[in-house]
Design a protein around this ligand. Structure first.
Ligand code: HEC
Length: 129
């Protein structure tokens, strides 16, 4: 009886381990897809290297920081007063329609209509520190 429940417990934790590992692989794949999407849609205006300003502010370390916090970058008043903190959730919403979420900003990007691509972009942004 006892060995049987122990076995079941073992089987369950092995199964969990497999699920966990495949989730990590999935996030890795998504980040790679996100990087492709970033190179295509964002890299004209954004670098992911801290301090490297293009038309837009650098996005290194963007996940977790308040909007408009790269020192010296000339943000719009709208971005400065948005009160947004960039979390995976706010980024996802922002990328769906930047000017819809924060009217008056100066990022001329209409938005990414594909939710999968938005999620992949966010996975990628998590990896740029
Ligand atoms: C045509 C140029 C352009 C493109 C393309 C563009 N951006 Fe931007 N982005 C900007 C500018 C300019 C700002 C600053 C907006 C402001 O201050 O109003 C900005 C701001 C941002 C911010 C807020 C940064 C901060 O420090 O608060 C994020 C996040 C962002 N962009 C992500 C992206 C992503 C991801 C893409 C691609 C899907 C993208 N942008 C495409 C020009 C662009």
């Amino acid at each position: 009886m006892q060995t049987q429940s122990l076995r079941r417990l073992l089987a369950a934790s092995v199964a969990l381990g497999v699920v966990g590992a495949s989730m990590v692989v999935q996030a890795g794949d998504m980040a790679a897809d996100g990087q492709d999407a970033f190179d295509e849609n964002c890299s004209v205006c954004h670098s992911v290297i801290a301090g490297k300003v293009k038309v837009g502010p650098p996005l290194a370390g963007v996940v977790g920081r308040p909007a408009a916090s790269v020192a010296g970058y000339p943000y719009s008043e709208a971005m400065k007063s948005s009160g947004v903190t960039w979390t995976p959730e706010t980024l996802e919403a922002y990328l769906a329609g930047p000017m819809r979420m924060i009217p008056g900003i100066k990022m001329s990007f209409p938005g990414e209509p594909d939710a999968q691509v938005r999620l992949a972009l966010v996975e990628y942004l998590k990896t740029v520190k």
